[in-house]
Design a protein around this ligand. Sequence first.
Ligand code: ZN
Length: 282
Amino acid sequence: MLARMLRLRLLNAVAPAYFFTATAVTFILHFGFFLPTIFPSSGSESPLKGSTVLHTSVFLFMMLNALGNYIMTIRYPAESANDPMVIPVCSPDCSDRIDAHYLLNGRHFCKLCKKVILKRDHHCFFTGNCIGNRNMRYFIMFCIYTSCTCLYSLVLGVAFLTVEYDISFENPLTFLTLLPLSTGYFFIGGVSGLQLFLVIMLYVWLGIGLVCAGFCCQQVLLVARGQTWCQLQRGTLVQSRSPWRSNLRDVFGTRWGLGLVWPVRTVETSAEAHANPKAHTE
Ligand SMILES: [Zn+2]
């Protein structure tokens, strides 16, 4: 049990570092390699071509949204009920979970955050925080923009390999054989370290992009049904009494359209919710 908890704590520290490293690498590859090679500026033309400006704007927009929503997820963590009035008593069906205790009143005690969480969805290792009703909107937007940034980087990465190394992606099987072949050629000196690294990054972007997109779809479905990942894991899925529109509004706020294009607060935490924390229990 102690070893498993230590593993989770280690993951809680390593995952944010992995996220920032992958972000920095993606940023450097875009501006240091992809854009100058795919859209070279010839001497007579202005150094800022329309296509370069367009791709730079699209990439920066997606990356800033991903980073902004990441910061917002940490800045507005899941609602905590760490007040003297709340006694964290385990519910009778509290199983021996590694990361959390189920409490009597539908709340959770997260062992990693060391907090009683009102409407806990799950603990996100990449942000090192619990995801609940209050930061779910930022978390979902973070997943959407991370997915878009990764898939966009994948497309530019493929274009870069085609332009720089003459690799043709016309055959759909190329993507399957690219990594084993590149690794083999690297060890016999036929492929440079940079090329192998770029090929590995293609798979990293594809993996993160697909996982984030799938995870985001699942979270949106759960939010629309008024349920949480914790309930799904416990097998206590109940039909929400509220319609899906009001469930979505509850999480995304009334200014949800603004939240789709920029990481801003789209809903105020109501004073009523603080005054009556039971309204936030499952
Ligand atoms: Zn937590």
